[in-house]
Design a protein around this ligand. Structure first.
Ligand code: ADP
Ligand code: MG
Length: 306
């Protein structure tokens, strides 16, 4: 195991599985520097399912690549469980990617070996981890069953639909009991019905196996169904929507979604564009601390001759 001293303020993200604190990732290309992540904060708790949404180019894939151990932040702090993502050795990184996290890519073809059966694909990461043959077989059968693919265990990817391939990919990703699954646009190449099938498979991974799930998606059908949706804008966490089920006196249940702005660790807050426009908030604004809230006012314009 790695990392006793992560350098992270221990009170931030206590009990969280994923802690991103002011994560920066810049890419140097030719003469220009691209800031893909500009001080991103994110907490994900064990067993949670969250969606990450944001315009193309906002930094979603960069974040997922960092969290899955493929890429390293330029600055900031990032950890998953006990693993410090800025300070892992190459050997740690291999173990981390094999045992701690699982990932599912958008391109169904990238997730599976075409010449191996579904069952052989699922067993492969366990072979790499040195799992004994008997246990490998048991776990493969269990996972393919949970994902509804038990009857097609001997088919190769080419003999499966896109949705079935993604379900097998989820089984592969779960093989070594990861603490979290990352999926980058897992339904992006699929039609609506198939996308729902894949989302249902991710949810059953979450409920049956208690694996946390982080899904990057453009798909409202996906983001509307998870407990929490984090919106990224310009490489920062901009807002969060939290959903819970409310049951009224008649026993009728409804999902209540509430949008929150995110105050970053430096105290910065992004006001939604609609709020800024309707009150003409720009440049200097007046802040007032009230007993239980903070008020924000546009600065008074000088009215002539008052
Ligand atoms: P998203 O997944 O939200 O569409 P990305 O994380 O892929 O966004 O990209 C964020 C920004 O970083 C974009 O401006 C993108 O062009 C840039 N970027 C991503 N990867 C690289 C790279 N390897 N080299 C240079 N720029 C990159
Ligand atoms: Mg992307």
């Amino acid at each position: 195991m790695t990392i006793a001293n992560t350098g992270i303020d221990p009170s931030y993200g206590e009990g969280a599985l994923i802690v991103c604190d002011n994560v920066v990732r810049t890419y140097q290309s030719e003469q220009i520097e691209v800031q893909a992540l500009q001080g991103l904060d994110l907490l994900v708790y064990p067993g949670e399912t969250i969606a990450i949404v944001g315009a193309s180019g906002s930094g979603k894939s960069t974040l997922l690549n960092i969290l899955s151990g493929l890429d390293v932040p330029t600055a900031g702090q990032a950890r998953v469980g006990e693993w410090d993502l800025l300070r892992m050795s190459a050997a740690d990184r291999l173990v981390y990617r094999r045992d701690v996290v699982g990932f599912i890519w958008q391109q169904t073809a990238r997730n599976l070996f075409p010449y191996l059966s579904a069952a052989e694909n699922v067993a492969l990461p366990m072979s790499f981890a040195g799992v004994a043959a008997g246990e490998r077989q048991r776990r493969t059968a269990e996972l393919l069953d949970v994902l509804g693919m038990g009857e097609k265990a001997n088919r190769r990817p080419g003999q499966l639909s896109g949705g079935e391939q993604q379900r097998v990919a989820i089984a592969v990703a779960l093989a070594n009991h990861p603490q979290v699954l990352f999926a980058d646009e897992p339904t992006g190449e699929l039609d609506v019905a198939t996308g729902e099938e894949v989302l249902a498979a991710l949810r059953s991974a979450n409920t049956h196996l208690e694996t946390a799930v982080v899904i990057v998606t453009h798909d409202r059908a996906v983001s509307d169904q998870v407990q929490r949706t984090v919106a990224i804008r310009d490489g920062r966490t901009a807002s969060e929507v939290v959903r819970h089920t409310h049951v009224d006196e008649q026993g009728v249940s409804a999902v209540i979604a509430r949008e929150y702005a995110v105050l970053d660790r430096a105290g910065r807050l992004q006001l939604p564009a609609g709020y800024r426009q309707s009150l003409g908030l720009r440049g200097r604004v007046r802040l007032e601390l009230e007993e239980d809230h903070v008020g924000v006012w546009p600065t008074e314009r000088k009215e002539g001759g008052a």
